[in-house]
Design a protein around this ligand. Structure first.
Ligand code: MN
Ligand code: MN
Length: 323
């Protein structure tokens, strides 16, 4: 089973100028063949299907804990896309022309099928599918595939970084490039421990070191390029048997994080988009019902959840952030 924490793994900026065309490119990092849905589901199913896990415990722990991190990555990519779509379809619902501004965008489904929201699709609108999952049951084959998958994922992130200038896309790719680098190293080291094959000689891969990318720097300064998280209070401790030794690019020591998950940051409470009925054509009605239910349940008057814009997260006031 999995625990859920209502925080993003890293801070993303609030909505600024909408960029629906940029958001359609970022979709590749969510639902593309090398996107976060693929990394998440590959490691998740490899861990579900893992036989004789007691006999191979350090490797099982490695795949299982990286799977948990990838859940947070699909959340981050979705949040970046939703941030970029915020404000693209403005105005009250039912008025002619409200959605005319997004008629020419590349992924109209984000507005027609969704409420200015992420689709589980790639940058061409093609749905993610389970054929992207490679869980052969052969540990060495799966680890080799995972190394290749992380390399392809970083390649695609670099290209999206170059293609899309929106601050949410840049913050997203800066973080994911660093964390994807850790996963590449983890799988390379696992293969090395199992067979002696030195995949470390393949670095940097893709051939652009993250120390050349400004948006990677804050994460490198905090040591995020060296740490693996377990995402569990007590389990998956045997990753330490595989994830150790020097980082192939910097020579610094790899280590298991003391904290079970990244400190992260609260998400920005994205404002309603009434023109696409998200969360309703008249969001105030739902907010009033929620307030009454909260009172009837004996909960505090103010919402208990934590968002980045706490104190002004109530409907309407968030508009300040995008104006
Ligand atoms: Mn990832
Ligand atoms: Mn990864």
């Amino acid at each position: 089973m999995i625990l859920r924490i209502d925080r993003l793994q890293t801070e993303l900026p609030p909505p600024s100028d909408p960029d629906p065309i940029g958001a359609s490119a970022v979709q590749e990092l969510l639902g593309g063949k090398y996107g976060e849905m693929s990394t998440f589901m590959n490691y998740t199913y490899q861990s579900f299907n893992f036989r004789n896990r007691q006999g191979a415990r350090p490797f099982y722990d490695l795949v299982a804990s990286i799977a948990a991190e990838e859940f947070g990555h699909i959340e981050l990519v979705s949040t970046a896309i939703n941030t970029m779509l915020t404000g693209a379809a403005g105005g009250p619902p039912g008025e002619a022309g409200d959605l005319s501004g997004v008629k020419g965008t590349r992924n109209t489904q984000q507005f027609i099928a969704g409420g200015a929201g992420t689709m589980v699709q790639d940058s061409m609108g093609k749905p993610w599918n389970g054929d992207y999952v490679n869980a052969t049951g052969d540990l060495l084959e799966d680890l080799t595939f995972n190394f290749f998958l992380e390399t392809g994922a970083r390649n695609n992130k670099l290209k999206v970084y170059e293609m899309v200038e929106h601050p949410a896309a840049r913050a997203l790719t800066g973080y994911l490039l660093v964390r994807g680098g850790v996963h590449q190293v983890a799988y390379a080291r696992a293969i090395e421990k199992l067979t002696g094959a030195d995949l470390m000689k393949m670095f940097p891969s893709p051939r652009i070191p993250t120390d050349k990318i400004p948006e990677c720097q804050p994460h490198i300064k905090r040591g995020e390029h060296l740490k693996l998280y377990r995402f569990s209070p007590d389990d998956f401790k045997e990753i330490a048997a595989v994830f150790s030794g020097p980082h192939p690019e910097t020579g610094e020591d790899l280590r298991i994080a003391d904290e079970i998950q990244p400190e992260g940051a609260p998400p920005f409470d994205l404002p309603p988009q009434p023109a696409v009925f998200a969360p309703a054509p008249e969001p105030e009605e739902i907010a009033q019902i929620a307030t009454k239910l909260r009172q009837a349940a004996g909960l505090p008057k103010e919402p208990t959840g934590v968002v980045a814009n706490n104190g002004q997260g109530v409907i309407g006031k968030v508009k300040d952030a995008i104006s």
